[in-house]
Design a protein around this ligand. Structure first.
Ligand SMILES: [Zn+2]
Ligand SMILES: [Zn+2]
Length: 237
């Protein structure tokens, strides 16, 4: 089966969906058919952050125009050559430091998956820890077996322990967290269409609204001190 990527789908999520629909045990079958190093994808993720010739193989295998697949990647913006600063990566139109984009640390919204079973790109951003559509926290640990959700898996919405995340209850945000999220949404003019969200999100960061975003992030999963400092440094530009 050769489904097309959904609008706003993550690259890894798409590969996992292909794996599941075709009944493979692991995404490595599809990736090795395309000449993509499975271990590279699993540990370094350079493939998601660069344009590789091998993407053409995946496009042929899945009968996609190459642009369908390049739009799933987070490509460097060339800021290193132009400004001599650390490379930023294009995240739905916003330019973010690579440390903020974390496809290797997946989070999911059970309710989004129940509505439509594909992994949203926005979940790859470490600052996004809640779903504004369902006003609930994203989960990164299986509620049943307490294992971290793995990015490379053979079923998109079901854990290896058998727990179907779509049927688990999502933890609603507290009034305090909801107020913070609503404050962010007000500044970011959240739209459900995706791209505009992150352009606005990026503007909000540049206007110094990042504090409330970090409060939200740290209230859900405390960030390490260094990562907060690093994040602040890179978003104050
Ligand atoms: Zn949701
Ligand atoms: Zn589990």
């Amino acid at each position: 089966m050769r489904p097309k990527p959904e609008k706003g789908e993550s690259f890894i999520g798409y590969v996992v969906r292909l794996t599941e629909l075709n009944g493979y045990d692991t995404p490595s079958w599809i990736l090795s058919l395309c000449g993509i190093d499975y271990m590279e994808l699993r540990w370094k993720f350079t493939f998601v952050f660069s344009l590789s010739d091998k993407l053409r193989n995946l496009a042929e295998l899945t009968e996609n125009p190459i642009t369908n697949l390049t739009s799933l990647l987070y490509l460097p913006t060339g800021s290193r050559e132009r400004y001599g600063i650390e490379d930023e990566y294009n995240f739905n139109g916003a330019f973010l430091n690579r440390s903020i984009i974390r496809p290797h640390c997946p989070k999911i919204c059970p309710k989004c998956l129940k509505e439509s079973a594909y992994a949203r790109r926005v979940w790859d951003c470490s600052l996004v820890t809640a779903c504004p559509i369902h006003e609930c926290k994203l989960i990164d640990v299986c509620p049943k077996c307490k294992s971290r959700i793995r990015c490379v898996r053979n079923r998109l919405s079901v854990c290896s322990c058998g727990c179907d995340w779509r049927e688990t209850g999502a933890e609603l945000l507290s009034q305090e967290e909801l107020a913070v999220i609503n404050s962010i949404l007000k500044h970011t003019q959240y739209s459900k269409t995706g791209r505009r969200t992150f352009i606005s999100f990026s503007r909000a960061i540049r206007k110094g609204k990042a504090d409330s975003i970090l409060v939200t992030a740290s209230s859900v999963r405390p960030l390490q001190k260094n990562s907060v400092l690093f994040t602040n440094t890179c978003i104050e530009t």
